[in-house]
Design a protein around this ligand. Sequence first.
Ligand code: ADP
Length: 612
Amino acid sequence: MTHHTASAPDSTLAYGLFLRFLDSRLEKHFSIYYTDYYHRFAQASLVLGLLLVLGDCAVDFMVFPDVTANLSRLTLSVPLLMLSIGYSFTDIARRNWQAVMAGSLVCISLSLFWVLARIDGQGGAGGLSSWVGVLNFTFLELYIFVILGVQFRIAFGAGLIILAAFMYAIRTGISSEFHAFAYWSYQVLTVFILAAGVGWWREWLIRRDFLARTELERARDAAEAASLAKSTFLANMSHEIRTPLNGILGMAHLLQRGATTPTQQHQLDRIIGSGRHLLGVINDILDLSRIEADKLELSQSPFTLPELFRTLDALIGSAVRDKGLRLAMDIDPALTGLQFIGDGQRVGQVLLNLTGNALKFTAEGGISIRAHKLEDDETGLVRVRFEVSDTGIGIPPDALERIFEAFEQADHSTTRQYGGTGLGLAISRRLVSLMGGSIGADSQPGSGSTFWCVVGFAATPSRATQTALLAAPEPRALPQGVQVLVVEDEPVNLEITRELLEEAGLRVDWAENGRIAVEKAAGKRYALILMDMQMPDVDGLEATRRIRQLPEYAGVPILAMTANAFSEDRRRCLGAGMDDYLIKPFEPDALLDAMERWLGQPPEQDVGVVVQ
Ligand code: ADP
């Protein structure tokens, strides 16, 4: 924090004859910005000046063809102006144009006054002593303070020289009498003060504008830094909570497998249930923050609805039936034979949220989950309407819109009675709108609710038959006695993983960090390696890279096992040469499924697994 305060420049603008920012770094930035930005304006104003001088001479020639001094003006100011314009295109001028251009304007002014004095001497009208003289002086002061676009402090110096030269010319050329000179001087000084005032004001406006923009940029940088800090915090927090949660859930699972009394079974069920709930809350918070930071990416992979519904049933079906509710699932026959392209997992997450709510708010009756096909629209996508209906407590009409906002619940006693964070529907709505769909609810208090969402997917006829998709998964077939290496620095997690794998008939070797893992792999060929990501000494990514360089490890599956749940982490793992990814905490089934996927088939047939 101290660092931040120290680095924020003092943005006070000091008022005085010359404006200046109190902070010298800010002043320097301003001067760099100014020199850069107004360079082109200065060039344009020089070209304008050249045109004006040429026009002036043309008029003079037409009106006073005999006054030769006019010619001197042309021979002096035109080359001077051309030189300045030429110079302004050089690289040096980019940094120093202000002084040079102001200087060239002073030269032009001096030559002009000299010419005007000579016109007076040659008896021509419109010399220094006429209104033409004062008007020319006025032009020049305006030019230096406003049009040329140099900073006030430089314009002031140049303007002062022009003023002094003009007064000197008047004193020596026209009026040696003091009263007349004082009168002239007063007029001329007034013009100078007015022009300088406008010049000062111009710079004040530019500085104010610059300050506003700098402060905006600073605020934006600070906001970006804060958002980055928030993401980092979330990632760390997620990791720190997931790791012990993996310990709690894993140990509970192991205990449950051993012989225990029904009461202990029940208590373990509660531990596992609460752990999963906590995990759900962490996932929700992560999801919401990722969606809000535009960091959530939807995958585009094939999925089918029978598969999706079967997963849903596996996740929540028994909980519904345990509560004594009926569960009906129904897929439109026009949809069962289609393979969709989209993020099936996220669609499943939405349906799981809706079904979870239906379960939570329904005491008797049943829940039905349906998918039916809507009329195709002009996008060429197959539009699916999902519906989750229940016979629960219902929702009052005024709450129907509100419940889709984050942290909103139909009525605030809900939290006390049913629990929940109010994030499920907010996440569902955002996910559905990321998929280009819509979501809503119809409800009558007391007689149940229907939540629906409509999403369009690209679809092709599915190759697998419907009966095959609805068939129960095959029993696990893990090769027995195969040697695997678990790389994990956390003793609790190691113990869980080892027990699960040994129970499934595998032989487990262990390395407590990446360096030892590389050494062990060099001495022996394991059939598979499970690799933690964050470890002291050599981490999982580096260890994987080194193991992949061993010739006999080119085709050996290496699976990440990590509490880092962000998609960047996934990409980094796969980029380092890992084949798959298990997020901690994992259910025993998820670990064994992965083992089966990577060990179950002989290597030459190992082609069916798509890892994205
Ligand atoms: P949570 O369930 O964690 O509170 P949600 O965003 O999933 O958060 O739901 C927000 C609120 O919407 C719930 O608290 C509840 O008041 C209401 N709600 C959602 N689904 C149902 C339902 N099926 N029946 C009755 N009320 C519901």
